[in-house]
Design a protein around this ligand. Sequence first.
Ligand code: CO8
Length: 260
Amino acid sequence: MSDYQDTVLLERPEEHVALVRLNRPKARNALNMQLRQRLAEVFQELSADTDVRCVVITGNEEAFAAGADIRDMVDTSAVEMYLRHTERLWRAVSDCPHPVISAVNGYALGGGLELALNTDIIIAGEGAKLGQPEVRVGIMPGAGGTQRLARTIGKYQTMRLTLTGEIISAQEAFSMGFVSKVVPDAEVLETALSTARTIASMPPLAVEQIKEVVVHGPDASLEGALLMERKALQVLFASDDKVEGMKAFLEKRKPSFSGR
Ligand code: CO8
């Protein structure tokens, strides 16, 4: 396998579940351009794969990802930064139709935390350390950190994190509302995989509709978002899995979902 492909490893640990591992351990999984390009390719592949129903993304024991690679940016001009169009690479992650779970051990900093914030569920170990320390190196978040955090935890905590660069514990991040669950460090991946297993056992069309509405609804007015929700619900009434799910409940048996 080439160095480029090695930056992100893709595994299929069980049926319908994909596991993506960031793999630059010596650099605390800092997100260099190679890794980000490979990550986008992997997500494009997973998005198109209808056999995949849930994705888990993780790093290693020391780091989920310690941010954008500072070596990749130290001599970079504004024009070069613009021409990288990294928003296209991030979009490959945020546009994934399947739910994506971040399994976070160690550092999730800067672009690393933004990567997790681009996903749908964040499971963090007790020892995880999270923050947006970009200000300390003269820049600021650029992959949604200011906006996704402000929309999730509000202005005042976002200001505190982004203006001071303070690094906080998983428990504090959980209290603020941007970590879904905190578990012992050794149980992070298994918890993420078992959550993925549960989601993968649900009817996939319902899962995708729920994700779409939860992600896009908050950008619309409440009335518009409620309409979006009702339409998504009504569309599900056209699915075989709605018939199967309801019949199985009434017949007191386990449903068998086809994804249609
Ligand atoms: N970029 C490049 N290399 C890094 C990074 C990084 N973000 N983080 C760690 N490394 C490298 C170190 O340089 C070191 O390399 P070497 O062994 O060759 O000297 C190796 O990883 C190990 O690092 P440390 O020795 O520092 O390990 P420690 O365990 O002592 O500390 C820390 C770990 C606390 C994570 C520390 O490395 C650190 O503070 N890293 C930088 C964190 C940071 O500032 N992150 C924000 C970066 S800016 C950013 O993310 C901008 C986002 C903009 C838009 C989105 C684009 C992705």
